[in-house]
Design a protein around this ligand. Structure first.
Ligand SMILES: Nc1ncnc2c1ncn2[C@@H]1O[C@H](COP(=O)(O)OP(=O)(O)O)[C@@H](O)[C@H]1O
Ligand SMILES: [Mg+2]
Length: 262
């Protein structure tokens, strides 16, 4: 089981020197059920990364609590795997050793580490690249390595912050299918931040839209598209209807962010 409760989370960053403090999150509540795939959409700067970092235990909230299966989250842990937009592999380690990293930290025997690493690397299509260095890989391959590294610890929860944001469009679509396929197989609880509406709808069981900063949850829409989902669903009428609604919701918030008239 991996049930996340986000209750009354607020975050204000203190201002440096004479700068005013930044209120990043208003009191925010979100119940994430076991096996939910939630995508979080919102304008730039609305607090999406802050929310994810609080859930990861990388940021302490100003108020509120996050619990995972009833236990309060206070620091990062192997029960929550993270993938960020920027490539965060250890450049001095091979692809395989990057994936083994968390397993080694937890004292898993070496032979078992290697077996697990190679299994996940095969799953993300990197068989044959185990001994490469990250610098020898394309961006998409580096993010697949990061995904394998997050999955190798078998976390109940995956926290993904615009993980495909730096990839070209075609690679990005294939990565979405890859991640969705993994989720359909392993049924992890996923929180996935993006500002791409198609990406948000395609993978999600629920799309959550955040308001302009200070962020709060503005709407929460169940995505009732059948599984297994293929890219073909993106041209369906149901998909278009979700897209129309979400485009409108985001547009209003983006206009606020830009201080323009609606
Ligand atoms: N460590 C920090 N110190 C001060 N301000 C921060 C810090 N991290 C984020 N912020 C501010 O909080 C707001 C929300 O940021 P962020 O969560 O990164 O937004 P998003 O991911 O939605 O683009 C922004 O105004 C940002 O400048
Ligand atoms: Mg962000």
């Amino acid at each position: 089981m991996s049930r996340l409760s986000i209750r009354g989370i607020e975050k204000t960053f203190p201002g440096r020197r004479r700068a005013a403090p930044t209120r990043a999150l208003e009191p925010t509540d979100l119940e994430v059920r076991d096996n939910d795939f939630i995508t979080i959409l919102g304008p730039s700067g609305c607090g999406k990364s802050t929310l994810l970092r609080v859930v990861a235990g990388l940021e302490t909230p100003t108020a509120g609590t996050v619990t995972l299966d009833g236990r309060p989250v206070t620091r990062p842990g192997p029960d929550r795997g993270m993938v960020f937009q920027s490539y965060t592999l250890f450049p001095w380690l091979s692809v395989r050793d990057n994936v083994c990293f968390g397993l080694r930290e937890r004292g898993v025997p070496r032979a078992e580490q290697l077996a697990i690493a190679d299994r996940y690397l095969a799953q993300v299509g990197l068989k044959g690249f185990e001994n490469h260095q990250p610098s020898q890989l394309s961006g998409g391959m580096q993010q697949r390595t990061a995904l394998a590294r997050a999955l190798a610890n078998d976390p109940g929860v995956l926290l993904l912050d615009e993980p495909f944001g730096a990839l070209d469009h075609q690679t990005r679509e294939l990565m979405q299918e890859l991640l969705l396929g993994i989720w359909e197989q392993h049924r992890k609880t996923v929180l996935f931040v993006t500002h791409d509406i198609d990406e948000a709808i395609f993978m999600a069981s629920r799309v959550v839209v955040m308001s302009a900063r200070p962020g709060r949850i503005k709407c929460d829409i169940a995505i009732d598209l059948p599984h297994p989902r293929s890219y073909k669903v993106k041209t369906s009428a149901a998909f278009a209807a979700y897209k129309e609604r979400l485009t409108e919701e985001i547009r209003v918030e983006t206009i606020k962010t830009l201080n323009m008239e609606a």
